[in-house]
Design a protein around this ligand. Structure first.
Ligand SMILES: Nc1ncnc2c1ncn2[C@@H]1O[C@H](COP(=O)(O)OP(=O)(O)OP(=O)(O)O)[C@@H](O)[C@H]1O
Length: 204
């Protein structure tokens, strides 16, 4: 369950964001993508989720190009970005049930309980605070059970208790053989994590 990135180059609106970025993330390991504002962390994560095309380079899952068979690859990942994947008029339970039926397995009860969302289960997500919305978005990870987690600032809006809780879920995912790519401005240590510093690859 390994992800390999080979010589990726990203251009946005004629601006070279980074070039020749390569890395491997084996099963059971995480890669922390760090860098200053505008370094290209979100762009790199969006490329890895096939939401953005690189101008050059390849992305391989289990040794095969993700661009050759995108459907196979997309079944293996869940991307949690800055924007909510929630319908604001639907309740927390209705939103999570959608994900359970669309891509998940089993019920939503475990995810609700792990992210302490039980008391909010019948609340429309439009009424939630930023941190509560974030917890609903992250709870999808426990419902979909994809081996590859792509997380753009998973700790933003969370208070320290939930930062710890999320970190524990990430560590557990790695122990179970999962793979994680994540960005954060908050220094923290996962059990098995290496670092890619995009500042070294930014075009000034
Ligand atoms: N939709 C877009 N169209 C054009 N340029 C964009 C777009 N989104 C981002 N960019 C540019 O691409 C560069 C990298 O942006 P990106 O969001 O990937 O950085 P980042 O490292 O995630 O930043 P931050 O830490 O602020 O979240 C920036 O110069 C930004 O202005």
């Amino acid at each position: 369950m390994s992800l390999s990135v080979e010589k990726l180059t990203c251009v946005r609106s004629d601006h070279l964001v980074f070039e020749d970025v390569s890395f491997d993330v084996p099963a059971g390991e995480a890669l922390w993508i760090r860098g200053q504002n505008g370094a290209g962390k979100s762009s790199l994560l969006r490329i890895c989720a096939t939401l953005l095309k690189p101008v050059q380079g390849d992305l391989k899952w289990q040794g095969k190009s993700c661009f050759d068979d995108p459907e196979r690859y997309l079944n293996q990942l869940l991307y949690v970005g800055h924007q909510d994947a929630l319908k604001s008029a639907l309740t927390v339970a209705e939103n999570l049930n959608f994900w359970a039926e669309y891509l998940g397995e089993g019920t939503i009860d475990h995810a609700l309980s792990e992210f302490e969302l039980g008391p909010l289960r019948e609340t429309p997500t439009g009424f939630l605070s930023a941190g509560q919305k974030k917890r609903v978005n992250l709870a999808r990870l426990l419902i979909v059970k994809a081996p590859l987690w792509i997380l753009d600032e998973p700790f933003s809006s969370l208070d320290q208790t939930y930062v710890e809780l999320m970190k524990n879920h990430m560590d557990r995912h790695l122990e179970e053989g999962g793979t994680i790519l994540y960005s954060t401005h908050q220094p923290l240590s996962l059990s098995v994590s290496s670092t890619l510093d995009l500042d070294a690859m930014v075009s000034q």
